[in-house]
Design a protein around this ligand. Structure first.
Ligand SMILES: NC(=O)c1ccc[n+]([C@@H]2O[C@H](COP(=O)([O-])OP(=O)(O)OC[C@H]3O[C@@H](n4cnc5c(N)ncnc54)[C@H](OP(=O)(O)O)[C@@H]3O)[C@@H](O)[C@H]2O)c1
Length: 287
């Protein structure tokens, strides 16, 4: 197998965002404000605990406080809402991250709605999704905003081009479609979203200048689904224990002109956007 595609790593994109955040944190600290991103983990899922550790390490490096609450897997919805209410009421906490997924007996959407929208660093609260749909300022969903930043950083033209997204989930596909269709130099695309309701979805993906996989189905994107020379962004992943199983089969690198790496593509840009949302929340709360 000969890889012909150039790689689109997310780490340099994240580093550029972190450099900007570092300047903004210094300005906040000069005013006596320590930005604070609180994290909540429910249960003992290994991957989720790992994600929280990464975010807490990053928080320390960027000069954030990061109070953390770990609830047991048997926590009740009331316990979770109690923790959220505590962080909502704490003026020293500017952003709150509820690590997804939470145990099945708990209602994630209800918990998300209980979060104060101005502290929603994931950008997934209904009010922030509404702001996104209306083009109003607000926290942007992290993975979609990270994908736009990734394409811009690597100078992949998006405006006027055909973007096809596989998946209409609330965290990636749906908000990404709105974002990339907006009138902005780094967006402004013709966007198509395909899903299980479009059985012949490859008819659309084979037309795409930019194909984004956001299904969470390992290996669902194969070379025959990709137009030769297209740009392929792999956002969907599933975990088998600690093993990461991406939507995009690595053989796609023989067909695409540019492709995100298996590890270190969209992930770092997602984390960077989370902290950008958090520093923005701290600025808004203290000016
Ligand atoms: N890289 C990152 O930083 C990052 C961050 C967050 C999430 N993720 C990953 O991204 C993935 C998507 O997350 P999400 O929450 O947006 O989506 P989601 O709610 O899990 O939805 C998945 C979407 O994929 C579609 N789909 C699934 N199987 C399909 C098939 N065989 N053919 C066609 N369409 C299919 C579904 O169609 P229907 O709507 O018709 O069911 C649905 O729209 C997940 O794997 C998640 O782990 C990655």
């Amino acid at each position: 197998m000969t890889q012909t595609a150039r790689l689109l790593p997310g780490v340099p994109v994240a580093e550029a965002v972190f450099a900007d955040i570092t300047r903004r944190v210094a300005a906040l600290r000069e005013r006596g404000v320590t930005p604070s991103l609180a994290t909540i983990l429910v249960g003992d899922d290994d991957a989720s605990a790992g994600y929280i550790r990464i975010k807490q390490r990053q928080a320390r490096q960027l000069g954030f406080d990061s109070p953390h609450r770990h609830l047991p897997a048997y926590a009740t919805q009331h316990d979770l809402l109690d923790v959220i209410a505590g962080f909502n009421a704490d003026p020293d906490v500017h952003g709150v991250l509820l690590q997804y997924p939470i145990p099945d007996h708990l209602d994630y959407d209800a918990a998300l709605q209980a979060l104060h929208p101005d502290k929603d660093v994931d950008g997934l609260h209904p009010l922030n999704m509404g702001r996104l749909a209306l083009g109003l300022p607000g926290a942007l969903p992290c993975t979609p905003a990270g994908i736009e930043a990734l394409l811009a950083h690597h100078q992949i033209p998006v405006a006027g081009r055909e973007v096809v997204i596989l998946g209409r989930g609330a965290t990636i596909g749906r908000p990404l479609a709105i974002l990339l269709a907006q009138k902005r130099p780094t967006a402004n695309a013709a966007v198509t979203v395909v899903h299980t309701g479009v059985p012949d979805w490859s008819r659309h993906t084979r037309r795409a200048d930019i194909l984004v996989a956001a299904a969470g189905v390992p290996g669902i994107i194969q070379p025959e689904h990709v137009r030769p020379g297209a740009v392929v962004v792999g956002a969907g992943v599933r975990y088998a224990g600690r093993r990461l199983l991406p939507d995009v089969d690595e053989a796609c690198a023989t067909v695409a002109s540019a492709i995100t790496p298996r590890v270190g593509g969209v992930g770092p840009t997602t984390v960077a956007t989370l902290f950008r949302n958090a520093v923005t929340a701290a600025e808004h709360a203290t000016t």
